[in-house]
Design a protein around this ligand. Structure first.
Ligand code: 5GP
Ligand code: ZN
Length: 113
């Protein structure tokens, strides 16, 4: 069972902002910024290590990159934003389906943490 696979399949509702054949983007249930969108490949990969090892991983990573650009533009983030990927337990990953956090709509500091 995977929470984001269930969201992709429509078993669990989400606040979608963009989708295409390979990617789904929806608002984080617990936003940390005015824009906090999760960019999720429609195929299940555990994390960035898993997707980098798969033959079709590049296709889905490319789709994620293009979706980030599309959503950032649609959200009016032309002056900048931050993309975060948490990987593994020590990386703070809580949902084990690869996703990128697109965060913006505020002035972020130069410090990452
Ligand atoms: P991670 O900690 O794995 O990098 O990020 C998981 C994110 O998923 C968290 O920011 C959390 O708020 C979000 N999240 C967890 N459950 C749900 C849900 O059911 N719906 C939505 N939209 N976001 C969720
Ligand atoms: Zn999944």
């Amino acid at each position: 069972m995977c929470l984001f696979c269930d969201i992709i399949e429509g078993k669990i509702p989400s606040n979608k902002v963009y989708e295409d054949e390979n990617v789904l983007c929806f608002r984080d249930i617990n936003p940390v910024a005015p824009t906090h969108v999760l960019v999720v490949p429609k195929k299940h990969f555990d994390n960035i290590i898993d997707i980098s090892a798969k033959d079709d991983g590049a296709k889905y990573l490319d789709a994620c990159a293009k979706a980030i650009a599309t959503v950032a533009k649609a959200e009016g983030l032309g002056t900048g934003f931050r993309v975060i990927n948490n990987c593994g337990e020590d990386g703070g990953q809580t949902v084990n389906h690869l996703h990128f956090h697109l965060i913006g709509g505020l002035k972020l500091t130069e410090k990452i943490i």
